[in-house]
Design a binder for this molecule. Sequence first.
Ligand SMILES: [Zn+2]
Length: 105
Amino acid sequence: MGMCKPTGGIYKLYGPYGKNIKDIDGRPPNSRTDYYDEVTGKLLQQRWYDAEGKACWDRDWDHNDSRHTHTFPHDHYWQWERNKEHPPRPEYTGPNGEKTNKNYW
Ligand SMILES: [Zn+2]
């Protein structure tokens, strides 16, 4: 997993609360998509895409958390090497327990 800086542009997307960004590949190389709640305008999710336009990193700013097990924001990384059609998206925890990775912004 390399660093992903959105040199390929930042794209805004609006949609319903409680959903993830749909596109996991086929996006502009090294771009980022910022997903906003279509009703409230609140930032819900950011997704970074790698040099091949594939999802490489997610930052969740808000989603359903009925069991209150999440802190926001928190990051997820993509394990394409494990499954090319439905890559797992584990939650990130940094070396000091941090929930976000400062290499992504
Ligand atoms: Zn999450």
